[in-house]
Structures are given as structure tokens and as C-alpha cells.
Write a protein that binds this ligand. Structure first.
Ligand code: ZN
Length: 326
């Protein structure tokens, strides 16, 4: 085998043309999903302070948002709802006329080709802000599954393409799959938030979705950031329960988990490039420390290189612009 000086790797980096030719990972707008926060009221478009360029919008502003997203070639959206009323059981989450359910219908009416993914959890709908029904101060896993079943059916009946349970309850994917199948929604897919870590990177999202727990934290149901093997067990559980897509959340501090999942599973992998990752980059750009376009495209490319097929990102719109305009 020839080494240096016969072997010179610089040859493949000399010009833009050859760099394009040998590029291994090609980020496309078709890999991106944009999250949307739907709020009650009329003609609302409120910028989320910690997430510049992202808004809470009311249903009447959704068609414009969907048209903008599809005009950039972004194939789909992930919907979250901020209801007017919260209660002890999060009952509004499964209302057939709830914000997310109405948003699904409006998105599909605006553009029947758009892929609509609906987040399924209780934290935005329940007065204490935890992801499940409580028994004392602890989440009652099995009681929570009963409510997840109802939410899934209401979202599927509204026309959601993919139901995405994010509460990290044991058995959530299997429960939802069974409920969908026994009610005729065999074509509705399930994307498990399979490996969702108890992360500090979710801070800005909790402003955006008004879903902070009023006491305690989520460490009893989300994964300890130190545990990749536990993450693989969670992914295996979702695969066994019939998940169509598996997700790792957050992305950047967990690229190793994405990569290990890629090596072990043939399922499509989604990665959630979460709010804290987004806001830190935005703060860096605002402070003049980093360049917006190059850093954002580098980050998204690295998530894809690690093994993600689908990247859910608040950067999706700006990245789509750069990817389409070149
Ligand atoms: Zn939740």
C-alpha cells in the first residue's frame, strides 16, 4: 500500500467540482420537518422570545404558514397545540375539535400533499405540566396510556399522517398501534420519540409550548443523558411495539446514539434538533460569533451524517431557502 508522498488526499479537495463529486452526505430540503405551535384566539402570530423567527400562531394564520413551508419544498410539519384550558387529565388533548385536530384539517385543506405529523403528549394540556396522569407526585404509566389511546384516535380521525407520542410512557407505541388498527386506521403511521433524553436543551420549547412541569422534573420517565445502552433498549421496545419511525431527541449532544441506532436498525431514523440547540446557535449568530448559513447547514449535515433520515428543526425554513437557492 502506498502512503505519503504517493497518497495525497488533498487531490480530492482541490476544486469545488471535485469536492461536490466526492461529497458523502447530501442534505436536502426533503429531509426537513418544521415544528408549528398552534394557539387559541384569532389573528395571533406571536414570536417566541427565546426562539427568534418562530411563532405561536392561531388557526386562521395556519394556511399562510403551510403555503410558505410548502413553497420552500419542506415536505411536512410537526404540530403542537397550546389550548385555552388545561385540566387535571388533559382532556382537551383528545377533543375532536381541539387545536391540533383542527390544524390537521386546515393543513390538509390548504395542501393535501403536505405530510402532517402530530405530537401526542399531555404536558401542554394538563394543569401540572407533566407528560402523564399523576398518582400523587408520580406519573401513572398505565392510566396515562388510556388517555394516549384517545388522543391518538382523535388525531387519526382528523387526518394526521403520523402520530408521534413524546411522553416516554412504557408501552405507548404498542398501545397506540393497537388502537389505530382496531379502529380502521391501519395506514396511520407511528413515529416513537423512542430515545428522548431528560435534557437541558428543551428550555426554550417549554416557553414556546407552555409545558413546564409545575413541580419536579421528567427524570423518572425520560432517559438519563449518560445512558446510550438504555436508549437502545427504548428503541428496541418501540420497534417491537410496531413503530414505523424511531426518533432520537435531542440531536447534537446525542449524535453517537443516532449513529448507533443507524448501525443497529433498518427503520427510518428521525432526529429532533431541539429548541436549546436552535436558540444557542441564534444567540451565537446575534453576537457575531458564527456565520448563520455555514453553521446551520454544517449542523444539519452532521445530524444526517450521523444517520438521521428525517431532521425536525426550527432552522428548517432558513435552511430550505439556502438549499433551494444554492
Ligand atoms: Zn410531554
Amino acid at each position: 500500500m502506498a502512503g505519503y508522498p504517493e497518497n495525497r488526499l488533498h487531490r480530492l479537495r482541490k476544486t469545488a467540482g471535485i469536492r461536490d463529486l466526492v461529497r458523502e452526505t447530501k442534505l436536502s430540503v426533503k429531509n426537513l420537518i418544521f415544528p408549528i405551535f398552534i394557539t387559541y384566539g384569532e389573528n395571533i402570530k406571536t414570536e417566541i422570545k427565546s426562539m427568534p423567527g418562530n411563532y405561536q400562531i392561531s388557526l386562521d394564520n395556519l394556511p399562510g404558514e403551510i403555503r410558505e413551508i410548502t413553497s420552500w419544498g419542506i415536505p411536512g410539519v410537526l404540530l403542537f397545540g397550546l389550548p385555552r384550558k388545561k385540566d387535571e387529565t388533559g382532556s382537551y388533548a383528545s377533543s375532536s375539535t381541539g387545536l391540533v385536530q383542527e390544524a390537521v384539517r386546515i393543513a390538509k385543506d390548504t395542501n393535501p400533499d403536505i405530510l402532517v405529523i402530530t405530537d401526542l403528549c399531555l404536558c401542554g394540556y394538563i394543569s401540572h405540566g407533566h407528560c402523564g396522569i399523576l398518582d400523587g407526585e408520580n406519573v401513572d404509566n398505565d392510566k396515562t396510556l388510556d388517555t394516549y389511546r384517545e388522543i391518538a384516535l382523535s388525531q387519526a380521525s382528523a387526518g394526521s399522517d403520523i402520530i408521534a407520542p413524546s411522553g416516554m410512557m412504557d408501552g405507548q407505541v404498542g398501545t397506540i398501534r393497537k388502537a389505530l388498527d382496531t379502529n380502521g386506521y391501519t395506514d396511520t403511521a407511528v413515529m416513537g420519540y423512542s430515545a428522548k433524553f431528560a435534557s437541558s436543551f428543551y428550555g426554550p420549547f417549554r416557553d414556546a409550548s407552555d409545558s413546564s412541569p409545575s413541580f419536579g422534573d421528567r427524570k423518572s420517565y425520560q432517559i438519563d443523558p449518560a445512558n446510550w445502552r438504555m436508549a437502545m433498549r427504548e428503541i428496541q421496545a418501540d420497534v417491537d411495539e410496531g413503530a414505523d419511525i424511531i426518533m432520537i431527541k435531542p440531536s447534537l449532544a446525542y449524535l453517537d446514539v443516532i449513529n448507533r441506532a443507524r448501525a443497529s436498525y433498518n427503520h427510518p431514523i428521525a432526529a429532533y434538533n431541539v429548541s436549546g440547540e436552535f436558540s444557542m446557535v441564534k444567540a451565537g449568530i446575534a453576537a457575531g460569533i458564527v456565520d448563520a448559513q455555514t453553521i446551520i447547514l454544517e449542523i444539519l449535515t452532521s445530524i444526517k451524517r450521523a444517520g438521521a433520515d428525517i431532521i425536525i428543526s426550527y432552522h428548517a425554513k432558513e435552511a430550505a431557502r439556502w438549499l433551494t437557492e444554492g
